[in-house]
Design a binder for this molecule. Structure first.
Ligand SMILES: Cc1cc2nc3c(=O)[nH]c(=O)nc-3n(C[C@H](O)[C@H](O)[C@H](O)COP(=O)(O)OP(=O)(O)OC[C@H]3O[C@@H](n4cnc5c(N)ncnc54)[C@H](O)[C@@H]3O)c2cc1C
Length: 388
C-alpha cells in the first residue's frame, strides 16, 4: 500500500492522532474567536511535532514532507486552527531557515522552534501585491554594513505570537522577480509593529504588520543571489502541506456525516438507509481517496522540495475536493449542519482557506497549463511514469 511507511512512522502518526482525538477535539470550538491554541501547541512540542522540519543536529526530528503532511492531516481532522498554527512551524519558513540561514541563526532559532518558544511567521502578501509577487514594494536598503527594511505586509498568520518573521522583500534595485529575496526580522526590532487585525471565517486572526526603517544585521539577509527561484522552490512544500490540512478537514467531515447518517431518522428509518444518502457518502469517500493519492505522491517527490507540477496539481485537486466534501457533509446534516451545534460547519469554513493560501487555484491552474504545454510532446505524448 502506498505510502510505504515504516513502523516508526506509523507509530508517530498514530500518537499524534490519539492526542488530537483525545485532547484537541473537545476544545476545538474554543479557538473560533481568534484565541491561539497554546495548550495544543505545547502538547505537540512535547511530542516533537514542532521540530518535524528541523534537522536533527538542531534538536528536531528532520522528517520528510510526507511525514509532515500525514501529521497535519490528523490534526486538521479535529481542529483547523491548530493545524494552521502548526503549519507555521513545520512549513516553508522553517525549511528556508534550515536550508539557507547562516549557522549562528540556525543554532539560535531552530532549537527554539522545536520547543515552541519561537513561532515563525511568513510574510509575503502586501496590501497591493498578493498573487502579483513581482510588484512587492517592501524594500531593503543596504546602509553601510547594515540593512534597513521598509514596507507593509498583510493577512499574516500568527503575527501576534511569532518571535521571528521570514519576510519576502525586494533586496536590490533589480525590477520584478529578479530583485526579490528574503530577510529575517525578530519581534521587538525597533520600527516593527502590528498595525491591523482581521478575524477570519476559519477562526484564526490574521494581521497587518509594518516595517519602518527596521535596522537588521547583515546575516539576516538569508537569500539574495537567485533568491526568488530558491524561495519558489521551497514554497512547493507549502503547496503540499496546505492541502494536507484540506484532506484532514474532508476526512473529519466525512466521519461526522457517517455518524449523523446512522443516528438521524426520517420516514421511520436511519437516513443512511436511503440510497440518496449512501451515494452521497460514497462520492465523498471516492473524492477523498482519489485526492489523497496525488497528494501523497507530490509529497513523496520532495528532494528536498516537492516537484512543482505535482505539487500544484495536488493542491488544486485536494483543495477543491475539500470544498465539495465539507459542503456535502453539511447537506447530510440537513439544517442542523448550518448551525454551530455540529463540527461540520467548522470544517467547511476551514476548507474555504485552501484555495486561497499557498498559491490561489487560478494561478496554479495557469502554472499547470504552461507546464503541460511545454512538457507534452505532440508526437510521443505522455510517458506513463508520472510528472514529465
Ligand atoms: C487564512 C489565511 C492565512 C494567510 N496567511 C498568510 C501568511 O501567513 N503570510 C502571507 O504572506 N499571506 C498569508 N495569506 C494571504 C494569502 O497568501 C493571499 O490572500 C493570497 O496569496 C492571494 O493574494 P490576495 O489576497 O492579494 O489576492 P489577489 O492576488 O488580489 O487575487 C484576487 C483574485 O484574483 C485572482 N488572480 C490574481 N492574479 C491572477 C492571474 N494572473 N490569473 C488568474 N487569476 C488571478 C486570484 O486567484 C484571486 O482569485 C493568508 C490568507 C488566508 C486566507
Amino acid at each position: 500500500m502506498f505510502p510505504n511507511l515504516s513502523d516508526e512512522q506509523r507509530r508517530f502518526v498514530q500518537t499524534v492522532r490519539d492526542l488530537a482525538q483525545r485532547e484537541f477535539r473537545p476544545r476545538a470550538n474554543q479557538y473560533m474567536d481568534g484565541t491561539f491554541p497554546w495548550e495544543n501547541m505545547r502538547a505537540l512540542a512535547e511530542l516533537g511535532v514542532l521540530g518535524m522540519a528541523v534537522p536533527e543536529e538542531y534538536g528536531g526530528l528532520g522528517l520528510s514532507v510526507l511525514d509532515t503532511a500525514l501529521v497535519l492531516e490528523e490534526i486538521a481532522k479535529v481542529c483547523y486552527v491548530t493545524a494552521m498554527a502548526v503549519l507555521g512551524e513545520v512549513g516553508v519558513q522553517t525549511r528556508i531557515i534550515a536550508t539557507y540561514a547562516p549557522e549562528p541563526i540556525k543554532q539560535r532559532i531552530l532549537p527554539a522552534v522545536c520547543s515552541g518558544d519561537c513561532l515563525l511567521a511568513i510574510c509575503m502578501t502586501e496590501p497591493d501585491a498578493g498573487t502579483d509577487v513581482a510588484n512587492y514594494r517592501t524594500n531593503v536598503d543596504h546602509v553601510g554594513n547594515a540593512l534597513r527594511l521598509n514596507g507593509v505586509k498583510t493577512l499574516i498568520s500568527r503575527a501576534d505570537e511569532a518571535g521571528m518573521f521570514v519576510v519576502f522583500t525586494r533586496v536590490d534595485k533589480q525590477q520584478g522577480r529578479a530583485g526579490i529575496g528574503c530577510v529575517l526580522v525578530e519581534k521587538g526590532t525597533p520600527g516593527f509593529s502590528v498595525t491591523g487585525k482581521f478575524h477570519t471565517m476559519g477562526g484564526e486572526n490574521l494581521h497587518e504588520i509594518r516595517f519602518e526603517d527596521c535596522e537588521l544585521p547583515p546575516e539576516n539577509l538569508v537569500l539574495r543571489e537567485d533568491g526568488f527561484r530558491k524561495l519558489l522552490s521551497a514554497f512547493n512544500t507549502q503547496r503540499c502541506l496546505n492541502p494536507s490540512i484540506s484532506l484532514g478537514l474532508a476526512e473529519g467531515a466525512l466521519e461526522e456525516a457517517v455518524k449523523y447518517a446512522k443516528e438521524r431518522r426520517a420516514f421511520g428509518r436511519a437516513i443512511a438507509e436511503f440510497q440518496g444518502m449512501r451515494w452521497k457518502l460514497a462520492e465523498m469517500y471516492r473524492d477523498i481517496e482519489a485526492s489523497r493519492s496525488i497528494l501523497y505522491r507530490a509529497c513523496a517527490s520532495a528532494d528536498p522540495f516537492p516537484d512543482p507540477l505535482l505539487a500544484a496539481a495536488a493542491k488544486v485537486t485536494v483543495n477543491e475536493m475539500a470544498l465539495r466534501v465539507t459542503s456535502e457533509a453539511i447537506q447530510v446534516h440537513g439544517g442542523y449542519g448550518f448551525t454551530d451545534e455540529f463540527p461540520v460547519s467548522r470544517f467547511y469554513r476551514g476548507a474555504r482557506y485552501g484555495t486561497l493560501g499557498g498559491g490561489t487555484t487560478e494561478t496554479l491552474r495557469d502554472l499547470i497549463g504552461k507546464r503541460v504545454l511545454a512538457g507534452v510532446d505532440p508526437t510521443d505524448g505522455i510517458f506513463g511514469l508520472g510528472a514529465f
